[in-house]
Design a binder for this molecule. Structure first.
Ligand code: PR8
Length: 467
């Protein structure tokens, strides 16, 4: 799987009924029913996390050209990626309208109207929408799409720079919780100057290492400083009656998160879904013979009800096919726990449970403790997926002091940590020499030399092959 990860990933999306990429527009795919469920549960987690401290809104998808064009650096960053609506029916539009590539230029003109005094601050809004980017790099389902169907973008405004920096830390906390719920490990870094979001003061990013060693950026948090505030005239009157520009931040995660769940946890048999996002947390597989069929099915229905009462998502696969085929299908689809029930189990008042993450079969009693026992299996499964994924990450980050070793390590599937002085020209030089991307800096350090110059090192940085 590691060698052919891209192929594995492509196949599993169709075989497990996640997306269908045959839709006749490049970079746009159909969410299939099973994938749609995973998407829904994933979205609910981030919604719940954001709802604690943010309000959800919904802005129009179209942005007037005049607004999009206002913030020079921002528009430059996106100019080659914007889809334009230029006609209404057969008439040319007076003003071209952009399909939002992201929503800063849709939201901030309204912030300028809404924010008047310090009492209106902070403002913390988010929306979950589709955005459009005419990506020029190779498109891949979920990973690099031209319609990002599930863009969860948050936008905040604050009275002070300190508050905006705190907000960045809050977002980091929220995203950590989000990825923890998905059992996804992450590398957090501050992007280099030349790779930050267009218009941002600085960008913090979450990256994951996919099984083929390439990293995938699964979330970004940007401190926008006062750049957009100045462009869109977003000011407030402070306590002393002085008019000031706000400080802003924004943060976003996309469909890529689901790509990371599929890629990181999957194995040669298929998906291994984290219980929190699996469409079914438990799949009951009846083993049916002519004799005793009705009794087995009735018991399965009873178990389903018992587990659902305990808050679990449960399905029964009562298709008229061989149990072995059902078994393989649910291995492929990654249900965390399967329960088998045949006539003999019924006689013994037990069911055979199997965790998808590690595959061992255990018998559990069909009594009042059933739901607790199943929940226990689900929790163990979550913990195991998480531990395995973090272990994989730890084993795939290596430190080197030798610039000539970077290529060898990256090609062997590692993300490389190295000491860097932080100088932009030297950073770009490192990228050019090695052919890989500096993800960013992780922490400040006070000892050692830069890997590529005589300067003292200032940071521990990461370099990798990226998606
Ligand atoms: C912002 N503005 O836009 P960002 N396909 C799938 N996922 C993608 C793609 C794509 N083509 N492009 C980006 N992403 C800010 C923050 C509002 C919200 C994912 O930031 O451009 C990446 O995981 O960095 C990225 O980290 C995230 O969307 C946010 O996009």
């Amino acid at each position: 799987m590691v060698e052919n990860f891209d192929e594995w990933f492509h196949d599993i999306l169709e075989n497990a009924d996640i997306t269908d990429s045959r839709y006749p527009i490049k970079g746009m795919a159909v969410w299939m029913p099973y994938g749609f469920q995973i998407r829904k549960h994933t979205m609910n987690i981030i919604k719940r996390l954001l709802d604690k401290d943010h309000d959800e809104v919904l802005f129009p998808m179209l942005v007037p050209e005049s607004e999009l064009a206002k913030e020079g650096i921002h528009v430059k960053g996106f100019e080659d990626e914007v889809y334009w609506v230029t006609k209404g029916g057969s008439r040319d539009l007076n003003e071209h309208l952009a399909l939002r590539p992201t929503s800063e230029t849709a939201i901030y003109p309204m912030y300028s109207l809404w924010i008047r005094t310090h009492i209106d601050l902070p403002i913390k809004l988010y929306q979950i929408v589709n955005t459009f980017r005419y990506e020029t790099k190779h498109t891949r389902p979920l990973i690099r799409v031209r319609e990002i169907t599930t863009f969860k973008e948050a936008h905040t405004a604050h009275a002070t720079k300190e508050e905006s920096d705190e907000q960045i830390q809050d977002f980091i906390g929220i995203y950590k919780e989000f990825f923890d719920d998905l059992q996804i490990p992450y590398l957090i870094s501050k992007r280099p100057e030349w790779d930050k979001f267009p218009g941002a003061d600085y960008t913090m990013a979450f990256d994951v290492i996919m099984p083929n060693g390439k990293t995938l950026q699964i979330g970004t948090i940007h401190n926008l400083g006062q750049t957009f505030a100045k462009t869109f005239d977003i000011t407030f009157e402070d306590k002393d009656g002085e008019h000031k520009y706000v400080y802003q931040t924004c943060a976003g995660v996309s469909d890529r998160v689901i790509a990371s769940v599929i890629g990181i946890h999957g194995d040669e048999k298929g998906l291994r879904l984290p219980p929190k996002v699996s469409p079914n947390q438990v799949t009951i597989i009846p083993i049916l013979f002519k004799k005793g069929k009705e009794e087995v099915l009735a018991k399965c229905a009873e178990i389903k009800e018992q587990l659902e009462t305990a808050g679990l998502r449960v399905n029964i696969d009562d298709r008229d096919i061989r149990p072995g085929k059902k078994f393989n299908d649910w291995e492929l689809k990654g249900t965390p726990v399967k329960l088998e029930l045949g006539p003999r189990d019924l006689e013994n008042n037990i069911t055979v449970a199997m965790r998808r993450d590690e595959g061992e079969k255990i018998e559990i009693a069909l009594d009042d403790s059933l739901a607790d026992n199943v929940i226990d299996l689900l929790n163990k499964s979550s913990e195991n997926l998480s531990a395995a994924a973090w272990k994989f990450q730890e084993e795939h980050v290596k430190f080197t002091e030798d610039i000539n070793e970077i290529s060898e390590l990256v090609e062997a599937g590692y993300v490389v940590r190295f000491r860097w002085c932080g100088d932009e020209a030297i950073g770009k030089d490192i990228e050019e020499k090695t052919g890989y991307d500096i993800l960013g800096i992780q922490e400040e350090i006070a000892e050692g030399k830069c890997i590529a110059s005589d300067n003292d090192a200032k940071y521990m940085a990461l370099i990798a092959k990226t998606y």
